[in-house]
Design a protein around this ligand. Structure first.
Ligand code: BV8
Ligand code: ZN
Length: 248
């Protein structure tokens, strides 16, 4: 299942960059965005994951994120998350570098033990004040309409995620681009590669000579440009890759 020359390339890599998407959390029981039973299948992104959607119906958007938080709180990281922790350990023990860039907002990578995680689309755990940008976690002060507001300035709180049409956090994005540029191997795992600019990272890596490994049971927009496509779930493929590297 794992191409021998992909393993050879990984063994000689000094720097690995990984981009993960909702597919990595699927085996934990967290719905993806675009698979037939995925989240967006029931809602449209513009209604829920956008400032316009939030302004139009804040309670509906806050209820949706509260639902997703409850789902994530009730699940555990899976073998794919754990294998990425082992891969980070394997290459850093060889004085190599490992950067995990994730589009996921569920923090399952951190709960699994990944350390150097770049959350390009933010996270579900925190709220952010839409006025003063202060980060809030858990405490709730409600306005007359029963909506959470900032305890510092009274501004409306929103999930600390990046919505469509919003810029990605500058420092996180710059670090992600640097990691993609410097990577010898770039792994695109569990993402449909349709959301930009995150989907451009693999192309940045490739333009600098990196080998691209895609782990996804189906083909994606990126597949024509990858070096190897491993058509398997991340919870199966990633432990096999790590076992082969550790056995070498
Ligand atoms: C921006 C956070 C500047 C919220 C999300 C260039 C070209 C085209 C469009 C654009 C462009 N530049 C900007 C855009 C517009 C837009 C965009 O990309 N639209 C797309 C849909 C066409 N991008 C933006 O707006 C971005 N901002 O560019 O800023 C700017 C500023 C102002 C005006 C314009 C531009 C912001 C994008 C961030 C949006 N926020 N999430 C939340 O989560 O609630 S996006 C959302 O999609 C999630 O973050 C998710 O992670 C992300 C990507 O989806 P995937 O993770 O790939 O999930 P998906 O379901 O699609 O795929 C799952 C895959 O897993 C599948 O392939 C499946 O086969 C596979 N799979 C299933 N099971 C498994 C598996 N794989 C492995 N193992 C398994 N077991
Ligand atoms: Zn505030």
């Amino acid at each position: 299942m794992i191409p021998a020359d992909a393993l050879t390339r990984l063994k000689s890599a000094r720097s690995i960059a990984v981009l993960t998407g909702a597919g990595v959390s699927a085996e934990s029981g967290v719905a993806t965005f675009r698979d037939p039973d995925g989240i967006w299948a029931r809602f449209s992104p513009t209604e829920l994951a956008s400032m316009d959607g939030f302004m139009a119906n804040p309670q509906r958007v806050l209820d949706w994120y509260a639902h997703r938080r409850a789902v994530v709180d009730a699940v555990e990281p899976n073998a794919g998350h754990t294998a990425l922790v082992a891969l980070e350990r394997w290459i850093t023990q060889r004085d190599g570098t490992f950067t995990l860039i994730t589009q996921n907002v569920d923090r399952l990578h951190q709960r699994a033990g990944s350390r150097n995680v770049l959350e390009v689309h933010g996270n579900l755990v925190e709220d952010r004040c839409s006025v003063c940008e202060e980060i809030h976690k858990g405490e709730q002060q409600l306005d007359a309409a029963g909506l959470p507001v900032c305890t510092t300035c009274g501004g409306r709180l929103r999930p600390n995620v990046v919505w469509f049409g919003e810029d990605l956090p500058r420092d996180v994005w710059d670090a992600s681009e640097r990691a993609a540029r410097d990577a010898d191997v770039f792994m695109s795992i569990g993402t449909s590669s349709v959301v930009w600019p995150a989907a451009g990272l693999a192309h940045t890596a490739r333009s600098r000579g990196a080998a691209i490994i895609e782990v996804n049971p189906t083909s994606t927009d990126l597949t024509p440009d990858v070096t190897w496509h491993i058509a398997a779930p991340s919870g199966t493929a990633l432990p096999l890759i790590v076992a082969a590297l550790e056995a070498a």
